[in-house]
Design a protein around this ligand. Sequence first.
Ligand SMILES: Nc1ncnc2c1ncn2[C@@H]1O[C@H](COP(=O)(O)OP(=O)(O)OP(=O)(O)O)[C@@H](O)[C@H]1O
Ligand code: SF4
Ligand SMILES: [Mg+2]
Length: 348
Amino acid sequence: MSSASPPQGNVSAVESTQPEALDPILEVEDLAVHFFARSRLTRRSASPLKAVDGVSFSLAAGKTLGLVGESGCGKSTTALAVMRLVDPTAGRILFHGKDLGGYSRNQLRDVRRGIQMVFQDPHASLDPRMRVGASIAEPLQIHHLGDRDAVRARVIELLEMVGMDRVHADRFPHQFSGGQLQRVGIARALALDPQVLVLDEPVSALDVSIQAQIITLLQDLQAELGLAYLFISHDLSVVRHVCDRVAVMYLGRIVEQGERDGIYRRASHPYTQSLLSAVPRPDPRRRGAARRIVLTGDLPNAVSPPSGCHFRTRCWKAEQRCAEVSPELVDRLGNGNRAACHFAETLS
Ligand SMILES: Nc1ncnc2c1ncn2[C@@H]1O[C@H](COP(=O)(O)OP(=O)(O)OP(=O)(O)O)[C@@H](O)[C@H]1O
Ligand code: SF4
Ligand SMILES: [Mg+2]
C-alpha cells in the first residue's frame, strides 16, 4: 500500500553524487516508501507514514553494508523495496547500473534473480507442508533451470554448500532446529546464483551459539562466491563483526553512514553514539571508559515526526536550530563518514 509523493529526504545533491562503494553492484538513490492509511469517514488519504524517506547507499561485490537502528525505523521496508516486494514511492534502485524501475514485471522477475533475500524467521519463510528439498528447488523450477535430475543435483549441491546433508532434502521444516532451517533458507536464496543477498535480521531469532555458526557460514559463502550483503541487524556487536560499512537509520532516514572502523572509533551522530554506548567493548582495558547514553522517550510517530532533525526530541545536544532545519547527511569531520547532525564537529 503505497503511492507516489515526493520524498522529504535528508540526502543532498552533493551527497548523492559521492560513490559509497567502488564499482557498486547495487545502488539505492533517494529511496522513499510512504504508506497511506485511508480515513473511513472521509475516504481521503491521511498523512503518509514515511517508513523510508530519502535513503541512499551502495553495495560492492564481496562487501557487507550493515543497516542498523531500533525497531520501526524502516530497515525491513528498505529491504522489501530493494527486492521490489513493496513499491517505492520515489527513488531509484540500480542493479549493475540499470534502474529496476524501468523493467516490466516479467523482465523484473529475471533481473531479480541476482538479488535474493534471507528472512529473520526461517519457520515463517518456509512452507511447513513442503519437504525442504522442494522448497530449495522451487526457484529453480519457476525459472525452468534444468530437468528433474539437474534440479535434484543442484538442491544437493546447495545443501552441501550450507553444511547440510543430501538426506535432509526429504525432510519437513518441523524436523529441523532453527539454525538448520536458516541454513535451508540460505540455500534457497542461493539457488539462482545471486550476486546480492539481503539479510533481514538473519540471526536474531537464533540462540547465541547458533548465531556464530550462521555468521561464519555467511562469511565463508561471501569469500567463496563474492556475494554482496545488505545485513540488517539491531545488534551492533554482530554488525561490527561482519560489516565493512555501516548505515544507521532513525525514523526512515539514514543519520550516519560510513566505514565501520571510523564509525565505531568515533561516531558523529548522537543517535549512533547512544547505540554504540550500549555495546560491550572488545578491549577489556577500555571497558568502563565510555559512559552509557540512555535515550529517554519513545521513537516518535513516523506519521508526524518532529520538525527539523527527527532525533531532536530525544537528543541531549538539541538546540533551536535543530527544530527549524533538517541536517543534511554530509562528511563533517573530513574522515569520509557522513552524519546528519548540525553539531557533529562538537561531539566528543
Ligand atoms: N505495510 C505497511 N503498512 C503500513 N505501515 C507499515 C507497513 N510496513 C511497515 N510499516 C510501518 O513502517 C515503519 C517501518 O517498519 P519496518 O518494518 O520497516 O521497521 P524495522 O526497522 O524493520 O523494524 P524491526 O526492527 O521491528 O523489524 C513502522 O512504523 C511500521 O509500522
Ligand atoms: S541536529 Fe540537533 S537534534 Fe539532531 S542530532 Fe544533531 S544536535 Fe541532536
Ligand atoms: Mg524489520
